[in-house]
Design a protein around this ligand. Structure first.
Ligand SMILES: [Zn+2]
Length: 157
């Protein structure tokens, strides 16, 4: 860490404090050159990994898309909004704690299936049956809409 006063590279840590929340570390430093003191803060940085699709293209993780897929699978099922929020949180935490910069879309699909299995068996089967043939969560919404369309057409035939 460079000294902000004289830009010397040689600074020493003279005190380290970890506050109660544990998310930020505060360090007092002293410059070995000019003897001035300054404080630095260290924060944990968590970055959501990008998603690598089956065709090799990359896309940003979007909570809204994840929620849309879950809600579609859970349509008209007796699952509270709070339970869905918790499931989304658990999936996001898994992604964050993976420490990876990129994950394959299939991994997120597996996480979604795991959560749905816990939440509602019917929604799980709905998702799994469509998802297995696509292996891409982002395509799930389109796919399930196609399935719904097909059923309507068959009934009207
Ligand atoms: Zn200095």
């Amino acid at each position: 860490m460079k000294c902000p006063f004289c830009h010397n590279d040689d600074t020493q840590v003279i005190d380290t404090r970890v506050p109660e929340d544990g998310n930020t570390i505060r360090r007092r430093r002293r410059c070995a050159n000019c003897d001035k003191r300054f404080t630095t803060y260290e924060r944990i940085e968590l970055i959501m990994p990008s998603i690598v699709k089956k065709n090799g293209s990359r896309t940003e993780f979007e909570t809204a898309k994840l929620r849309a897929s879950l809600m579609l699978a859970l349509r008209k099922r007796p699952v509270s909004a709070e339970a869905v929020d918790i499931a989304i949180q658990r999936i996001e935490e898994k992604l964050l704690s993976s420490g990876e910069r990129e994950v394959i879309s299939g991994y997120i699909g597996e996480l979604v299936m795991r959560e749905l299995k816990r939440l509602d068996k019917i929604a799980y089967i709905r998702f799994a049956s469509v998802y297995k043939s696509f292996e891409d969560v982002s395509e799930f919404a389109e796919a399930i809409q196609e399935v719904a369309k097909d059923k309507k057409q068959k009934m009207s035939d």
